[in-house]
Every structure is written in structure tokens, then in C-alpha cells.
Design a protein around this ligand. Structure first.
Ligand SMILES: [Zn+2]
Length: 135
């Protein structure tokens, strides 16, 4: 979950440069000090679980899987400017089917999707909005 504290300055170490000064996201408790990662790989991250659904690839056995998983992140040294500020990544499934579904199974899927979409609207969206405002 995202915290309410404002972003804070942090000092981190990497193999590429001995000291990195970064503006850490408010939700990040990672000190980024013992990593062997390059500066471009530094990422302040928090996640929100998705929902488990009886997914299958077309014509294959059920594999199960998670849908609508999100993570909120800041990648302060990324070459993409959109990733240098708080943003959400939403995992959806392409080429994965929920089938065949009986009416009660479809009803259950609809309930899970609606519940998860409500969570995204009531929790993740406001948290992202606040994180960007504080940034
Ligand atoms: Zn961080």
C-alpha cells in the first residue's frame, strides 16, 4: 500500500556509480544500498494483487492465472520520462480465455472483475493521484 508521506531524498549505491542521490517514492522503504543494479534499474515499487481466474490459452487446459494485477512505481533514472514519475502498470491478459463458462461461473467472474475494478477505482487511482501531486 502507498504511504501518505511525501517523497523523500535518499542516497543509494550501485555498481555503476558509487553513490546515487534519488528522490524516493513515499511508499518505498527500500534503501537501494546493497544492490548491484545499474542506475537505470533503480525502481521504487509497490503492488496491488489481482484476481485469480480459471484462465486457459485457446484450446488448451486450464492454467489458472492472475488478472488485473497492478504495481505502482517510480523509475527515477529511466530513459522514458513517463516512468520517472509515479505511474501504474496494469497487467491484463492477451490470448488467454475463460472458457467454457457455465452461467454460475460467468457470474462469479463478473463478480470478481467488478470487485477488482472497484478496488482499482477506490484505492489505486486515488493513491496514484496523491503520489503524483506530492511528486
Ligand atoms: Zn525506492
Amino acid at each position: 500500500m502507498l504511504g501518505s508521506a511525501a517523497p523523500h531524498l535518499q542516497q543509494a549505491t550501485s555498481a555503476e556509480t558509487r553513490t546515487i542521490h534519488l528522490r524516493a517514492a513515499s511508499w518505498c522503504s527500500d534503501r537501494h544500498t546493497e544492490t548491484q543494479q545499474a542506475r537505470v534499474d533503480v525502481c521504487c515499487l509497490t503492488s496491488s494483487p489481482g484476481i485469480r481466474l480459471p484462465m486457459r490459452f485457446d484450446g488448451e487446459d486450464e492454467i489458472g492465472g492472475e488478472a488485473l494485477f497492478t504495481f505502482t512505481a517510480v523509475e527515477p533514472f529511466c530513459s522514458d520520462p513517463g516512468r520517472r514519475v509515479p505511474h501504474v502498470c496494469l497487467q491484463v491478459a492477451d490470448g488467454v480465455w475463460l472458457s467454457p463458462l457455465a452461467p454460475h461461473e460467468l457470474s462469479n467472474v463478473i463478480y470478481q472483475l467488478r470487485t477488482r475494478l472497484d478496488e482499482l477505482e477506490r484505492q489505486v487511482l486515488p493513491q496514484l493521484t496523491v503520489a503524483l501531486a506530492e511528486w
